[in-house]
Design a protein around this ligand. Structure first.
Ligand code: HEC
Length: 261
């Protein structure tokens, strides 16, 4: 009975997976409709198994007699020439049932493969992509972003900051920060000095851009770069600015000489 229950449940879940939800994710967050279907089918299976058990008990005495007479006339296949004795027993019932289940599953699988989106790689890719985007959004919502009030220098941000700098800023400020279209970021001359500390000042400019020269755009305010990434960029610029190994070919100084801590 337990085996039957187990297989029936597997088939129900399989059918649900193929035709209704197409996603194993729903096992974690099932909707009320599928929970009710599970409960009702489970009850039906249990009731039918009990009924079967009762009928079986009534039949069992008759069956026992049958079996005893069956035992007497065991069939064998006559090999004759090699003398090997081979019994001609019937295949066990559970084996036959298992076989029929595989046929049923293969038909379901065949139909669902050719007529639904089941196991369609492009569909699966799109679904996985959507789920991934959703998860990223949720993660970002929970993740508090750094702001001009909370920004601080941290060594662990330098490597990530360097990557972000190479991707977003190196075209104008040069790969070593020595300046190109934009000013040298490794010297003590600043065109923009709105904040009292270096890290805050850099954060301020990346967030708001420059009022004098729109070429330096507002990466933070426009939503192009998030607060935490601006904190990493600011940490990297702080690092190359305070570092004693200055780049060799830098742009001429621009702005006022102020040493920001
Ligand atoms: C399209 C070119 C361009 C890009 C890309 C760019 N900048 Fe700038 N940046 C400039 C220019 C031009 C200025 C000078 C603005 C001014 O004159 O006020 C500037 C100024 C700055 C300043 C202030 C320097 C000072 O002396 O006041 C900082 C800090 C800075 N940029 C950081 C960055 C960072 C970090 C990035 C990448 C996220 C970046 N910039 C991307 C062109 C660019």
């Amino acid at each position: 009975m337990l085996i039957k229950l187990f297989f029936s449940l597997i088939i129900i879940i399989f059918i649900f997976y193929v035709f209704l939800e197409c996603d194993f994710d729903y096992l974690k967050h099932p909707n009320p409709f599928s929970i009710w279907i599970y409960i009702i089918s489970l009850l039906l299976i249990i009731i039918s198994s009990f009924l079967e058990e009762i009928f079986k008990n009534q039949l069992s005495k008759k069956k026992l007699k049958k079996f005893q007479s069956y035992e007497k006339k065991i069939k064998t296949i006559n090999h004759g020439f090699d003398g090997i004795l081979e019994l001609d027993n019937k295949i066990p019932k559970w084996w036959q049932q298992l076989f029929s289940i595989t046929i049923v599953i293969s038909i379901i699988y065949f139909c669902s493969f050719f007529f639904t989106n089941f196991a369609n790689p492009q569909f699966e890719y799109k679904r996985a992509y959507k789920n991934q985007l959703k998860k990223i959004k949720e993660f970002e919502k929970k993740q508090p972003q750094a702001s001009i009030e909370t920004v601080k220098f941290d060594k662990k941000f330098i490597n990530d900051g360097k990557k972000l700098f190479n991707e977003n800023c190196a075209t104008c400020h040069n790969i070593d920060g020595g300046g190109n279209i934009g000013p040298n970021l490794t010297d003590d001359y600043w065109i923009n000095h709105k904040e009292k500390t270096l890290i805050k000042n850099v954060f301020y400019i990346i967030w708001n851009g420059s009022k004098n020269n729109k070429v330096m755009r507002a990466f933070g305010a426009s939503g192009e770069i998030k607060g935490n990434d601006i904190q990493k960029l600011s940490s990297y610029i702080y690092f190359i600015n305070k570092n004693n190994n200055k780049p060799k070919n830098t742009k001429f100084p621009e702005g006022d000489k102020i040493i920001l801590e």
